[in-house]
Write a protein that binds this ligand. Structure first.
Ligand SMILES: C[S@@+](CC[C@H](N)C(=O)[O-])C[C@H]1O[C@@H](n2cnc3c(N)ncnc32)[C@H](O)[C@@H]1O
Length: 249
């Protein structure tokens, strides 16, 4: 790869819906750990990155050192709108997931559905927590690209650990829907069915009347009086970890 071609190559990768741009060691680490095909990885300081990877991600450190290419700091800074302080950027093939397979529910774990999420950092945080809690997958009903570099950075690259997909509409024969809504009945985690689809609303307006009407139940995470709602990713976290912690070990 010629140095001069790196700026256009990263620019094209950001617009290519078959590719993911990974910004920072956290995202690169998870992508490599969960089997992503890395096409290209660059750093502004190979020795510093190697030391950091040895400390924070020793399992992938040798493989990263073998593929990463050092470039001038000025060139590195031109490859991302906000160059990551960990000093590594990569391009990898996205993983294609089948939304029907996610929703059909082979896995005995809930699926998270986000209705029209607006904030890519929030989307990434939802993917990260859903992967950590062991959810079966995450579906977005919205216009955003789940693989946008900001969402990948927010998810710390855990798109490679959790099936994620975008659909226009939920099919009618999907698993039972549970709506998470601050005005619902109080959530009892021990009653959460592992085969349910947990539906979360958009940041400002919450769930649409259509999805509320389709859901079997509306459940609320109890909050102190006067607090109107939790942040979207925080509420996904509260529900998934209450499910996980209430499962028999
Ligand atoms: C920032 S909130 C939306 C707030 C919106 N004004 C409303 O009343 O739903 C985004 C989503 O997080 C979930 N959420 C936030 N707080 C919740 C709570 N206490 N109980 C259940 N779901 C909650 C809901 O799915 C909500 O649609």
């Amino acid at each position: 790869v010629k140095e001069g071609s790196l700026v256009p190559r990263f620019g094209r990768a950001r617009r290519d819906d078959a590719l993911a741009v990974l910004e920072g060691l956290h995202a690169v680490k998870h992508a490599m750990r969960f089997g992503a095909e890395i096409e290209l990885a660059v750093t502004d300081d190979a020795a510093r990155l190697e030391a950091l990877a040895e400390r924070l991600a020793p399992d992938i450190a040798p493989a990263l050192a073998a593929i990463v290419r050092e470039v001038e700091p000025g060139l590195f800074a031109a490859l991302a709108p906000m160059p990551p302080p960990t000093g590594v950027l990569a391009i990898a093939a996205r993983r294609a997931y089948d939304p029907a397979a996610i929703l059909s529910g082979e896995r005995h774990a809930p699926v998270v559905v986000l209705e029209n999420p607006r904030d890519l950092g929030n989307v990434g945080a939802c993917i990260r927590v859903a992967a950590a809690a062991g959810a079966a997958g995450l579906i977005s009903l919205g216009g955003h690209d789940l693989w946008h570099p900001d969402a990948v950075r927010g998810a710390a690259g855990l798109h490679y650990a959790l099936p994620v997909a975008r659909v226009q509409e939920l099919p009618d024969d999907a698993r039972p829907l549970l709506a998470l809504d601050p005005d619902g009945e109080e959530l009892d985690a021990s009653e959460l069915d592992a085969r349910s689809i947990l539906v979360f609303g958009t940041e400002r307006d919450g769930l649409s009347p259509e999805l509320l009407a389709r859901a079997g139940r509306r459940l609320a995470i109890p909050m102190r009086a006067g607090v109107s709602s939790l942040n979207l990713a925080t509420s996904v976290s509260a529900v998934l970890f209450s499910w996980r912690l209430s499962r028999p070990r």
